[in-house]
Design a protein around this ligand. Structure first.
Ligand code: C5P
Ligand code: MG
Length: 297
């Protein structure tokens, strides 16, 4: 007799059979899916990263813009400043995705990158009224299936927290231009501070960088407290720092972590498979999370 199969749901879902989908512990994921489906939408909340998770990493082999890139690459930033920002990216992005350094080792470098980078942006005399055009002219894109995901989560009243080390004003504009901001969405990010003339003078509140989202999560414990009955979480991210976005969720019962691995793939795959329940390698779509949502909602 054949042994009893313990991964029935996984095997039934064709989206999970693709070659770029990695599930290290199928039994655990099977159990999780089973629980999430059983508990249903009233117990569910979504916590997601923005850049390179909701937004696309590349199109036709060319990198898509992050929130920061939207400004850095726009005509609003003078050439001399662009050069400085490019140099910062060339210095610090390799550290962000370095597979050998620990998060603790990376944090001081991320602080440096963000502090210097936002400082340069403030020197550019950016105006609030220019942001929409900068997004329009950029190649920032959402993953295929985001639009369906957003409207469906809204329809089923499932709250979605977008937790981003990008720029809040820009990410909202990207979502508005490619989909829609809905009432069930809440954004925690770096928001720009404009003076009465609409000129950028700084950033509001505490800085969110890639590897301090755990602190941000704790600062937003009020949000999580209002959702305390929603004990099941689907977390989506593309960085090891995103795994801590749900820190501070009270009474969490089940968490399914879906990781998009876009860059430095070979070096990081093992770590991602350890840390994320499901790893999607070079996937430009929301097919897998959406297939899971379809089962739950
Ligand atoms: O939304 P998320 O938390 O992913 O936003 C952070 C992203 O922004 C990182 O992937 C980082 O590489 C990118 N970034 C950038 N330029 C900066 C700072 C961050 O492209 N100056
Ligand atoms: Mg990201």
């Amino acid at each position: 007799r054949r042994p009893k199969k313990r991964t029935k749901i996984i095997e039934m879902m064709e989206e999970l059979q693709k070659e770029n989908v990695y599930i290290k512990d199928a039994e655990r994921v099977e159990k999780l899916l089973c629980q999430l489906i059983q508990d249903g939408k009233s117990k569910l909340q979504i916590i997601t990263d923005f850049d390179m998770t909701l937004s696309r990493f590349s199109i036709n082999g060319k990198r898509c813009a992050t929130c920061h890139n939207v400004l850095e690459n726009s005509s609003l930033v003078p050439e001399s400043k662009k050069q400085v920002l490019d140099e910062l990216r060339d210095t610090y992005y390799p550290i962000e995705i370095n597979a050998k350094m620990t998060i603790e080792e990376k944090i001081p470098f991320m602080m440096e990158w963000y502090t210097k980078g936002t400082g340069v942006l403030v020197e550019c005399g950016l105006k609030q009224s220019d942001l929409s055009l900068a997004v329009k002219e950029s190649n920032a894109l959402m993953r295929d299936g985001c639009d369906w995901q957003f409207s469906t989560l809204h329809e089923h009243k499932v709250p979605m927290l977008i937790f981003s080390a990008g720029i809040g004003d820009i990410l909202e504009e990207i979502i508005k231009q490619h989909s829609q901001m809905y009432a069930n969405m809440r954004v925690v990010s770096n928001y720009m501070d404009f003076n009465h003339d609409g000129m950028l003078v700084g950033f509001k509140g505490d800085l969110v960088h890639t590897y301090n989202k755990n602190e941000g999560a704790l600062r937003n414990s009020d949000y999580f407290t209002t959702l305390k009955d929603r004990r099941n979480i689907i977390l989506m991210g593309d960085s090891m720092g995103d795994l801590r976005m749900a820190d501070g969720v009270p009474n969490m019962q089940h968490i399914l972590k879906i990781g998009f691995l876009n860059d430095n793939i070979e070096e990081r795959l093992e770590k991602y498979k350890e840390a994320y329940d499901i790893v999607l390698v070079s996937d430009s779509t929301m097919d897998v999370p959406n297939a899971i949502l379809k089962k739950i909602l």
